[in-house]
Design a protein around this ligand. Structure first.
Ligand SMILES: NC(=O)c1ccc[n+]([C@@H]2O[C@H](COP(=O)([O-])OP(=O)(O)OC[C@H]3O[C@@H](n4cnc5c(N)ncnc54)[C@H](OP(=O)(O)O)[C@@H]3O)[C@@H](O)[C@H]2O)c1
Length: 321
C-alpha cells in the first residue's frame, strides 16, 4: 500500500511517499481502508520532535511508528476474530496518537480505542477533521468545568482547537467572546461566537467583561496578560507551555494559592469522546472547519502550510479520490 513514511525526526521533507506492507489486524483490531486523514499540529509535533519529550512516546532515537496521521475516516475492510462491534463495510472515523497510521491507505486500530461509526450526514473529509482539535478543546473545557451562562474567552478562535472550542462552548451554553483576525470575523461569528474581537484593530486585554475561563487555543498569550480579565476564581488554560514552560509551573503553584489559576490538563481521548462528538455532528452542533485539502504526494507542502501557523481550522489529506 502507499503511505507517507518518516524514518527520522526532522523537517517536512523527512516525510516521503513509499510503498509499504499493508498492516494485518490483531484479534482485537479492525483494518480500516483510509479515505481521508488530516495533517495537523499533532502529526507535525511528533514528526519534528520539536519538544524532545514527545520521543519518550514515539521513540528516543527514531520513530517507532513510521506512518503518521492521527485522524482518520474510512471503511472497515477486515475485522480481527474477537471484534464484535464493527463489521466489514462500516464507515468509521477516529483518532490515534499512539500508533497513528492515517497517512497510509490502510491502518489498524483496536476496537476499544477512539473509533466509532461515522454519522450519516457528513463525508469522509469532514469526519477525518472532527477529532483532533475538538478533543483537545473538550479536555480543556471540561477541566475548566464551564457552566451554562458563564463568560468564556477563546483566544485564537481560528485554529483546529479554537474553532472547535467556540462550537463546543456554545453547545454547553457558555457566552463566548472569540479573538481572531479581520478576515475571519464572519467565520467565527458563524461558529456561534457571541462577541468577536478582531485582534488587528482591538486589544482584547481592554475588554470590560470578566471571564470564568480564558482559553488560549493558539498559545500566544500569557497568564500575566489575561489575569486582569479573569473573575475572582477564573481559570486560564493555554495549548502551549508558554515562556520557560511557565504554564506548567503556574499549573502547579496557582491552584495552591486559591483565586485565579492556571490549569494544564494532559490531553486524552476515548471511544466515549468520539461518540460524544459523533452526536454533535449528527445534530449539526459541531461542524469541523476545513481550510485546504492535499493529496498524499503533496505531504511536504501540507506540512509546511500547517506549520506556518496560518491554517484556518483543519487541513485534510485525501487518500481516496
Ligand atoms: N505539540 C503538539 O502535539 C500539539 C498538538 C496540537 C496542538 N498544538 C498546539 O496548539 C496550538 C493550536 O493548534 P491548532 O492546530 O488549533 O491551530 P494552529 O495551526 O496553531 O492555529 C492557526 C490559527 O491561529 C491563528 N492565530 C495565530 N496567531 C494568532 C494570534 N496571535 N492571535 C489570534 N489568532 C492567531 C491563525 O490565524 P492568523 O494568524 O491569520 O490570525 C490561524 O488561523 C498550536 O500552538 C499548536 O502548536 C500542539
Amino acid at each position: 500500500m502507499k503511505a507517507i513514511v518518516y524514518t527520522e525526526y526532522g523537517p517536512p521533507e523527512v516525510a516521503r511517499l513509499k510503498d509499504v506492507p499493508k498492516p494485518v489486524p490483531k484479534e482485537n483490531e479492525v483494518l480500516v481502508k483510509v479515505y481521508a486523514s488530516t495533517v495537523n499540529r499533532t502529526d507535525a509535533g511528533f514528526r519534528s520532535a520539536e519538544y524532545f519529550i514527545s520521543r519518550f512516546w514515539s521513540g528516543l532515537l527514531r520513530p517507532k511508528f513510521q506512518v503518521l496521521g492521527s485522524e482518520f475516516a474510512g471503511v472497515v475492510d477486515e475485522i480481527g476474530q474477537q471484534v464484535t462491534t464493527f463489521k466489514r463495510g462500516d464507515r468509521v472515523f477516529g483518532f490515534n496518537d499512539r500508533t497513528f497510521g492515517g497517512h497510509g491507505e490502510y491502518l489498524t486500530i483496536a476496537e476499544a480505542d477512539a473509533i466509532a461509526t461515522m454519522p450519516d450526514n457528513i463525508n469522509f473529509e469532514q469526519a477525518a477533521a472532527s477529532t483532533e482539535g475538538s478533543h483537545y478543546a473538550l479536555v480543556d473545557i471540561r477541566a475548566a468545568k464551564v457552566q451554562r451562562g458563564q463568560d468564556v474567552l477563546v483566544y485564537g478562535a481560528t485554529g483546529a482547537i479554537g474553532s472547535a472550542a467556540v462550537q463546543l462552548l456554545k453547545q454547553m451554553g457558555a457566552t463566548v467572546t472569540a479573538v481572531c483576525n479581520t478576515k475571519n470575523v464572519e467565520l467565527v461569528k458563524s461558529l456561534g461566537a457571541d462577541v468577536v474581537i478582531d485582534y488587528q484593530t482591538q486589544d482584547f486585554t481592554r475588554t470590560e467583561t470578566k471571564f470564568h475561563f480564558i482559553f488560549d487555543a493558539v498559545g500566544k498569550s500569557s497568564f500575566g496578560q489575561c489575569k486582569p480579565l479573569l473573575t475572582e476564581k477564573g481559570i486560564y488554560i493555554s495549548t502551549e507551555l508558554g515562556k520557560n514552560a511557565e504554564n506548567v509551573l503556574l499549573a502547579i503553584t496557582t491552584p495552591i494559592r486559591g483565586g485565579k489559576k492556571v490549569l494544564f490538563p494532559l490531553p486524552t481521548i476515548t471511544k466515549e469522546d468520539v461518540l460524544f462528538l459523533k452526536g454533535l455532528l449528527e445534530k449539526g452542533e459541531f461542524k469541523p472547519v476545513i481550510d485546504r485539502t492535499y493529496t498524499l504526494d503533496q505531504i511536504v507542502e501540507a506540512y509546511k502550510y500547517v506549520e506556518s501557523g496560518q491554517k484556518v481550522g483543519n487541513v485534510v489529506l485525501k487518500i481516496v479520490e
